[in-house]
Design a protein around this ligand. Structure first.
Ligand code: PAF
Length: 296
């Protein structure tokens, strides 16, 4: 694995990669969810380029990029074992030199859900990913289902700005009790960690209702809220049912697919999770079709 920190070195190393190139962009603190993206990229491409960059512009006021978890030694070992060919790990000034003043804003799909809770977050994500698309020039870029809105925003951006690449979505990887893998899980106390299993139970309860024929969005949301509400350590931020392509809220019963998503706070940790309904769509193919397929 070649590791580069500077754009000039990345450009020359990228030019030497042959064939179809898959990319995985990360902020480090890697876990099994990242590993599954890397495995997918490795299996489907001739070469894999990855990045580690804690992007300061996607953190809002009160959210501290400095306190984002960092596990550099473990990250490098995981990237190596996963068969990454080229790793770009720049310092902030490399991507945002003094005088930097351009941003990418994706309007409608950035507004609800996470965008409503974290103003400016998706501007930061879209800006850095546009730069990383330009710098790494992948044929396919791999993203995780857990950040479903991020995928929808980036798919819209790729279409609108004519990036010639495929957006691939890989299913959320879960702990044995269903908790979605996240770099932030390490901040949960033992008691909070046990409580966090309720997120997946709540999604499963609503998806069981869907599989039994329930289609009323309000009933599905209430099913999630009822399960979450029984866990005293959980403070609900939102529970939502949206159309996966537009992220518009579902107001009437529909045959699907729909994206059921939630955000909660447990102690000082903010956790997200989601599921496509029907449940059978939560595969690489189903997710990529529903959230990442090219827009025409
Ligand atoms: O999903 C993430 O880890 C980040 O939002 C990304 C895509 C690496 C951009 O900073």
């Amino acid at each position: 694995m070649q590791i580069v920190e500077h754009i000039r070195d990345l450009r020359s190393a990228r030019a030497r990669l042959k064939g179809r190139v898959g990319a995985v962009y990360t902020m480090g603190a890697l876990h099994a969810g990242h590993r599954s993206l890397l495995d997918c990229a490795r299996a489907e491409n001739d070469a894999v380029v990855a990045t580690i960059f804690v992007n300061p512009t996607q953190f809002g006021p009160g959210e501290d990029a400095e306190s984002y978890p960092r596990t550099p030694d473990g990250d490098l070992a995981l990237m190596e074992v996963a068969g990454v060919d080229l790793l770009f790990a720049p310092a902030p000034a490399e991507l945002y030199p003094s005088g930097f003043q351009t941003s990418v804003s994706v309007d409608e799909v950035s507004q609800g859900l996470e965008g409503a809770q974290r103003p400016g977050h998706f501007r930061g994500v879209a800006t850095v990913v546009a730069k990383l698309f330009n710098l790494t020039q992948p044929d396919a870029a791999y993203f995780g289902q857990k950040d479903a809105q991020q995928v929808v925003v980036l798919r819209r951006m790729a279409a609108d700005l004519n990036f010639p690449l495929e957006v691939v979505v890989c299913p959320t990887v879960r702990e044995a009790d269903g908790l979605a893998m996240s770099s932030r899980n390490m901040f949960l106390s033992a008691k909070e960690r046990r409580a966090a299993a309720v997120l997946y139970r709540a999604l499963r309860t609503a998806s069981d209702a869907w599989e039994a024929g329930e289609r009323e969005p309000g009933v599905l949301r209430e099913a999630v809220r009822a399960v979450l509400g029984a866990e005293p350590l959980v403070a609900i931020e939102y529970v939502a049912v949206n159309y996966p392509e537009s992220l518009r809220g579902v107001l009437m019963p529909t045959g699907g697919p729909v994206l059921l998503s939630l955000a909660v706070q447990i102690g000082r940790v903010r956790l997200l999770d989601n599921m496509l309904l029907p449940r059978a769509l939560n595969t690489r193919e189903g997710l990529t079709q529903a959230l990442g397929a090219p827009l025409v």
